[in-house]
Design a protein around this ligand. Structure first.
Ligand code: C2E
Ligand code: CA
Ligand code: CA
Ligand code: CA
Length: 279
């Protein structure tokens, strides 16, 4: 009974306390990160594959941790959400993304819209729409240059709060994208009542293209249905030329993924934006 020995339990207990200790350190570090500007945004292009141009840039947060190096959002966003730090973090991201968008705009670089991720906690706070409006006013970015992304799961979990939030953003003129579409069990009938402009098909459906028949059928059907319902459709996680060809074949023209560009710092993104469009 190797799982039942005293040692096994002790290992488990000490592993747990290591985890707890590490968590506490990370929470303290995250407070400092916000205070001392250790966060940084990378930007990933969203492409119109038919026209060969950039239609948007998604801002993706990273943390330049002084000891651990560059951390991805999967290593700290969940802690920010559990501790409420996602509120100041989310505001930091939105403010910096808007400021950077204005810099590109002033330089005459065509980036389309700047897309920013919104977490559930940001929707559940008091006056969530006013907070976004205040940051637009403070930075001076026009509302129609901003797109906010909310995951399908958050939209479904917050059926009480999400519709008013989305409607308020729409009234301001902000574009709306449903993120990770296909993973959250919403019905298209319910979706149709929400003011989304774009559905972003989750990369889980793209990775098996074009060979996997189920993925192919799903992506084909989503693209056709969403189009009929008046949504734009963007494929996430496009990595190969074969995926690109499949998507164009089913009429999904908008895409994001390593095939077109990895998320990169602002300076690198400026270089990308300076290159002429190539259809
Ligand atoms: P997401 O919003 O679905 O963002 C797309 C993720 O897919 C990014 O991971 C991006 O680097 C990755 N990706 C892009 N193209 C490809 C590809 O071709 N292949 C593969 N395998 N992956 C690709 P990242 O930057 O690690 O972000 C992970 C998640 O963290 C995001 O998923 C988003 O949910 C969250 N996140 C990132 N920044 C923020 C933020 O500022 N606020 C909030 N609330 N969440 C954020
Ligand atoms: Ca996103
Ligand atoms: Ca996504
Ligand atoms: Ca995701």
């Amino acid at each position: 009974a190797r799982e039942c020995g005293g040692n096994g339990y002790r290992h488990y207990a000490s592993a747990l306390s290591d985890y707890a200790r590490e968590r506490i350190v990370l929470i303290a570090d995250l407070h400092r990160a916000l205070a001392e500007d250790e966060l940084v945004l990378h930007y990933q292009p969203q492409i119109d594959m038919r026209r060969g141009c950039v239609i948007g840039l998604e801002a993706l947060v990273r943390w330049r941790h002084p000891q651990r190096g560059l951390l991805g959002p999967d290593q700290f966003i969940h802690i920010a959400e559990e501790t409420g730090l996602i509120i100041p973090l989310g505001e930091w991201v939105l403010r910096h993304a808007c400021r950077q968008a204005l810099i590109w705009q002033a330089a005459g670089l065509p980036f389309g819209r700047i897309a920013v991720n919104v977490s559930g906690a940001q929707i559940q706070r008091r006056n969530p729409v006013e907070t976004v409006a205040a940051i637009l006013a403070e930075t001076g970015l026009a509302a129609d240059r901003l797109e906010l992304e909310v995951t399908e799961t958050v939209v479904m979990d917050l059926r009480q709060e999400a519709p008013a939030f989305l409607a308020g953003l729409k009234r301001l003129g902000i574009a709306l994208a449903m993120d990770d579409f296909g993973t959250g069990y919403s019905s298209l009938a319910y979706l149709k009542g929400l003011p989304f402009d774009t559905l972003k098909i989750d990369k889980g459906f793209i990775s098996g293209l074009p060979e996997d028949e189920a993925s192919a059928a799903i992506v084909d059907a989503i693209t056709a249905l969403a189009g009929r319902l008046g949504f734009k459709v963007l494929a996430e996680g496009v990595e190969t030329e074969a995926q690109r060809r499949f998507l164009l074949g089913v009429g999904c023209d908008l895409a994001q993924g390593f095939l077109f560009g990895h998320p990169a710092p602002a300076e690198e993104t400026t270089t990308l934006l300076r290159q002429p469009a190539t259809p």
